[in-house]
Design a protein around this ligand. Structure first.
Ligand code: TYD
Length: 216
């Protein structure tokens, strides 16, 4: 058992491989005898899952970006109360697939809503709860777009305008992650996402161990 709970998050562009890496980290920690709880944003709780469905419903294509951002935070507020705070208080390690840094990158930068707004809403929704360590799995834009395209082959493949829009959007998202890592270098660790799953996991594990060795 850990001496005190930990709150870890994984971040990165769509298709960066963070979900796979997160599962590997959870498995390795469980092997070491830790109690690990995995969660996801948006989602993670039953109410969060309902909010996720609203966010992803194609019928809601006309949702404004402010409403979208508030829904992400509503799901997160519930996650803090239902999972993150109680589990870390009980000494568990909580690992979340995305957290407020996604809102910072996607809404703050991608949708240009501004990072100040994201910070203020985070204070309201998360009430000071911040990840202890964030692993940003960094891949280049081309790789991300290609993986996203093959995931949604039928939707996006031949719509050039949309491709252009999504390129500009994801460039901003990536810029958001870069700025975040520059602003909070102790909490947000960049992990090179190139190479095999095993190679990337070695980097993830090294970053975690380094954090652990300084966390007394
Ligand atoms: P998801 O299917 O979970 O994708 P991934 O496996 O890549 O995480 O969808 C999450 C999408 O929601 C992803 O494109 C990022 C976006 N998102 C935001 O725009 N803001 C947020 O605050 C969060 C948590 C996610």
């Amino acid at each position: 058992m850990s001496r005190h709970g930990l709150f870890l998050t994984f971040e990165g562009l769509d298709g960066c491989g963070k979900t796979t890496q997160m599962r590997l980290l959870a498995a390795r920690l469980r092997q070491a005898g830790e109690d690990v709880i995995e969660t996801v944003e948006p989602g993670g709780t039953r109410i969060g899952g309902d909010i996720r469905r609203i966010l992803l419903d194609p019928a809601n294509g006309n949702m404004g970006s402010t409403a979208e951002m508030l829904l992400y935070f509503a799901a997160r507020a519930q996650n803090v109360d239902e999972i993150v705070n109680p589990a870390t208080a009980a000494g568990s390690i909580v690992i979340s697939d995305r957290w407020t840094d996604s809102t910072w990158a996607y809404q703050g930068f991608g949708r240009a809503l501004g990072v100040e707004l994201v910070r203020r809403l985070d204070e309201i929704a998360c009430r000071g709860r911040k990840p202890d360590l964030t692993l940003w799995v960094d891949i280049d834009l081309e790789t991300s777009l290609n993986r996203a395209k093959s995931r949604n082959a039928s939707v996006e493949a031949n719509d050039t305008r949309m491709d252009e829009q999504s390129r500009a959007f994801y460039e901003q998202v990536l810029e958001g992650y870069r700025r975040l890592a520059a602003e909070e270098p102790r909490r947000v660790i960049r992990v090179d996402g190139r190479g095999s799953v095993e190679e990337v996991f070695e980097r993830v594990w090294a970053a975690f161990e380094e954090y652990r060795s300084g966390d007394v």
